[in-house]
Write a protein that binds this ligand. Structure first.
Ligand code: SF4
Length: 301
């Protein structure tokens, strides 16, 4: 509440604080809702939080830590970063940050950068293979440290982008699920930020002044198709606010019988029920045929 004695700068500060509190509450609420809807976290879980040094993973760690304090279940969080030996990777940033926050962590070192440079031809995008190598190393490490869950920082907009990438370029109706079993079958991957907007995460990260480590130290460009999709979604949201929410809701509201995938719906066995014969003119008043005039002609008449 503004009082008569407030200076303009104190008022602006109060307003900014209120806005930030709202943003934080929204991120907590949406993360909590996703966790509950998909039963992402259970009592006794030991969760490996993958921390890349980008805005999404810092925000995820921060929100999970804050939810941990008031959650009805008890769970552990362990931050893990993979140093992929990209040139100029600032090794000191994450250890300093995590020690300051009092978060237990592991930093792994594996030179996936050299592998990627060796196997990907010059000029081709390297993100696909780089991410696969990173995931493989991290998931195997989760087993080693006894983590039954692995938390990834993908948010709602990442999920929608992936959906459209698969739709436009892959010929598949497929996105990134909020929860899935890792290929190894030994741990479950969760995406607690699945309901959060990227813009909210960006605003939160800016406010918190996280020590961001850019992902393009390797010199690679973000996948061009993904950039195009991102711009398309941003433009849609500007022109039709709320469209992304609606599209995300559609991912949670699938009607397999209204699509065309025989593996999801048994079209082969679709059979009409036998129709009881009704003498002409005896349709019940409820039937749409009761008020329908029928003109019949047949060549044999
Ligand atoms: S930008 Fe570089 S480090 Fe990031 S995923 Fe792509 S190849 Fe890997």
């Amino acid at each position: 509440m503004t009082t008569l004695t407030d200076t303009p700068s104190a008022t602006a500060e109060k307003k900014a604080r209120t806005e930030f509190n709202k943003l934080q509450k929204r991120l907590r609420r949406e993360t909590g809702r996703a966790i509950e809807d998909y039963r992402m976290i259970e009592d006794g879980d030991r969760i490996m939080v993958c921390l890349s040094g980008g805005k999404d993973s810092y925000t995820m760690l921060e929100i999970l830590r804050s939810l941990q304090k008031s959650a009805p279940v008890s769970f552990e969080l362990v931050a893990v970063n993979l140093d992929q030996k990209q040139p100029g990777f600032p090794e000191h940033i994450l250890p300093e940050y995590l020690q300051k926050q009092g978060v237990p962590y592991h930093i792994l070192e594996r030179d996936t950068y050299s592998i990627v440079k060796e196997v990907v031809p010059e000029g081709k995008t390297t993100c696909g293979i780089c991410s696969r190598l990173r995931r493989g190393t991290l998931y195997a490490f989760a087993d080693r440290i006894g983590c039954n869950k692995v938390a990834l920082g993908h948010h709602r907009d990442d999920i929608l982008e992936t959906f459209f990438l698969n739709l436009f370029f892959g010929g598949k109706l497929k996105a990134m699920p909020p929860k899935l079993l890792a290929d190894s079958g030994t741990n479950v991957l969760i995406r607690p930020l699945a309901y959060c907007r990227e813009a909210d995460i960006q605003a939160f990260a800016d406010h918190q002044q996280f020590p961001i480590i850019p992902c393009n130290l390797c010199g690679s460009q973000e996948n061009l198709q993904r950039q195009t999709i991102k711009q398309m979604l941003q433009q849609w949201d500007r022109e039709h606010p709320g469209r992304s929410e609606i599209m995300f809701r559609a991912l949670q509201n699938v009607a397999p019988s209204q699509l065309a995938d025989s593996n999801l719906f048994d079209f082969q066995s679709l059979q009409a029920a036998a129709i009881p014969l009704t003498p002409a003119g005896e349709d019940s008043g409820m039937s749409p045929l009761a008020e329908t005039r029928v003109n019949t002609w047949s060549p044999s008449a």
